[in-house]
Design a protein. Structure first.
Length: 179
């Protein structure tokens, strides 16, 4: 994805055609992020629209020394985490997690994943409980540390580690059934 600085400048000037063109250019990239953090295409689409609106409202803050792709990714993930926090407050059935040590990656899991296509892997990740799914995505796919994840999700670092461990165990079981 190579976004022209002229397009960004036109978006800063609030030109509708430029905003629409930017939307078309970043849609697939942002949707791929949203799909990882939501449970349905409709939720992903709604989150993408909220995130894109935030991008447009903040675009004058964009600094050209930062890659545009990284900048919009960070905004989109923050929007998704904020939405999660809003839903979390309403969720009275959240189970309590205890501090577990982080497990080591399993060779069998890695070999099984290598044989699967991305869509099947995504479906398995989508079957994880919502908070475990978010911790897994943030740690494994987006490369955040447990301390950062804990801060983003409003949980302890130990709880983040437990959710990662739990996610890996659940995925291992699901992969064993598929293989």
């Amino acid at each position: 994805m190579n976004i022209e600085i002229d397009l960004i400048t036109a978006c800063v000037r609030k030109e509708r055609k430029a905003q629409y063109e930017l939307y078309k250019q970043v849609f697939r990239y942002l949707m791929s992020i949203c799909i990882r953090y939501t449970h349905s295409y409709e939720d992903a689409n709604a989150a993408l629209n909220m995130g894109f609106l935030k991008i447009l409202n903040s675009i004058e803050k964009y600094r050209t020394d930062v890659p545009f792709k990284s900048w919009i990714r960070k905004i989109m993930i923050n929007v998704l985490i904020d939405e999660y926090r809003k839903k979390k407050k309403d969720d009275k059935n959240m189970r309590v997690a205890y501090d577990y040590a982080e497990g080591t990656p399993l060779v069998e899991l890695n070999n099984a994943i290598a044989k699967m296509d991305a869509e099947r892997i995504h479906r398995l990740i989508m079957e994880l409980p919502p908070i475990s799914q978010k911790v897994f995505n943030l740690f494994v796919i987006d490369g955040f540390e447990h301390k950062e994840i804990a801060s983003m999700l409003g949980i302890t670092e130990g709880t983040s580690k437990w959710h990662l461990h739990n996610s890996r165990e659940q995925l291992k079981e699901k992969l064993a059934k598929v293989m």
